[in-house]
Write a protein that binds this ligand. Structure first.
Ligand code: CP3
Length: 344
């Protein structure tokens, strides 16, 4: 890709404009998404139908003046490709087949032959061939801790507590599971890069579940291991790390992972992010998804405060977490318009 505002910021170059994209920018708040999901029959069928998934990836770009597309898939493609059952019940979160014990972890499949991975990479290729110039394609995976949380706890609030207790126990098979997920994530990201993604984001959505003393070992180090291996195999692909809820821990996670960008949750004060993180990383975030759902003057004020806190060349405008399903698309349009107006 020749030039893109997102890649410029990630590579610490002068950007033509402040890049913007939104986590879950493709999804249920868009009527055209719901139409294609109905056509596919289910969310998972949609993820594994490359032509439809590519179309869903491109849908938000037709509505909004965005700087990136994010590959349409899910972080739970990886446990499924490793052989675990996965279901998405309407209106509820995902349910993953639970595992525990050394033997079960050792029996997990390697990703190399997985049909699920092949289909997601086919989506990436299809998107790449249709993407307008200057728009970056973001690939992604879940971070080992968050994916392990689903594999150990099965999902849901209760599942997250089970996983947190297992993590704190320091039991051997859990460490091996993290290692297996590092290996799977490296292979998955390299395949996505070879299929055409320009940037990768690693989502550690449940980083904030862990006690602070485990953040370095279970969030920072596994993500750093992935990044080191991906960089050795495919240099020059920038990485965004989203350790959601890490708070002051973002600083250490940034030092360990040396990610080009750190994505930060809504509750993180951006003046802290500017002083502690922006010297060595681009900062991504952190608009409250609730305000985008509600709209109005409070939304515009929040946009102003965010862009006032971070310089254009070190900031990727985004949400602090994914778009809410009830968000009116007009409010997203309002955010992008306001941002462009203020940035000049
Ligand atoms: O537009 C995009 O952001 C790209 C696609 C994407 C999805 N999931 C599609 C999706 C991405 C990057 C993800 C990542 C993901 N998946 C994360 C990390 C980010 C985060 O939100 O913290 C996590 C934790 C998951 C697991 C997952 N998938 C959950 C908890 C849920 C249910 C909750 C919800 O929002 O409904 C999903 C389902 C899911 N993943 C949907 C979409 C569009 C909704 C499915 C539907 O159409 O019903």
């Amino acid at each position: 890709m020749d030039s893109s505002a997102l890649l410029d910021v990630l590579k610490a170059k002068k950007a033509s404009r402040r890049p913007v994209w939104f986590m879950r920018q493709a999804g249920r708040y868009l009527p055209e998404y719901l139409e294609l999901r109905a056509k596919a029959g289910s969310f998972l069928n949609l993820c594994y139908s490359p032509e439809l998934a590519a179309e869903v990836t491109l849908q938000p770009l037709r509505r909004f003046d965005l700087d990136a597309a994010i590959l349409f898939a899910d972080i739970l493609v990886v446990p499924q490709a490793m052989g675990l059952g996965l279901t998405f019940a309407e209106g509820e979160g995902p349910v993953v087949e639970k595992i525990s014990g050394l033997a079960r972890v050792q029996a997990l499949w390697r990703l190399d032959e997985a049909e699920e991975v092949r289909l997601v990479c086919e989506t990436a290729e299809a998107v790449k061939s249709k993407l307008p110039a200057g728009i970056a394609l973001i690939g992604f995976c879940g971070a080992p801790w968050t994916v392990a949380s689903y594999m150990v706890g099965g999902g849901g609030e209760g599942g997250r507590e089970i996983a947190r207790a297992v993590a704190a126990s320091g039991i051997e098979w859990f460490g091996l599971l993290i290692d297996r997920l590092i290996e799977a994530s490296v292979s998955y990201l390299i395949r996505q890069i070879d299929a055409g993604v320009d940037v990768v984001q690693i989502f550690d959505s449940w980083a904030g579940d862990l006690p602070g003393y485990l953040q370095e070992d279970l969030v920072g180090r596994p993500i750093a291991a992935i990044i080191t291996k991906v960089r050795a195999a495919r240099p020059n692909v920038p990485v965004i790390v989203f350790a959601r809820g890490a708070g002051a821990g973002h600083k250490r996670i940034g030092q360990i992972t040396r990610a080009e960008a750190l994505s930060v949750e809504t509750s993180l004060p951006l003046t802290w992010a500017r002083d502690q993180l922006a010297g060595s990383h681009a900062v991504q975030g952190n608009l409250d998804p609730l305000l985008v759902e509600k709209g109005g003057a409070a939304l515009e004020k929040a946009v102003e405060l965010i862009i006032g806190a971070l310089p254009k060349d070190r900031h990727i405008f985004n949400l602090g977490h994914g778009m809410r399903p009830g968000t009116p698309p007009e409010h997203v349009e309002q955010v992008v318009r306001h941002l462009r107006k203020l940035d000049g």
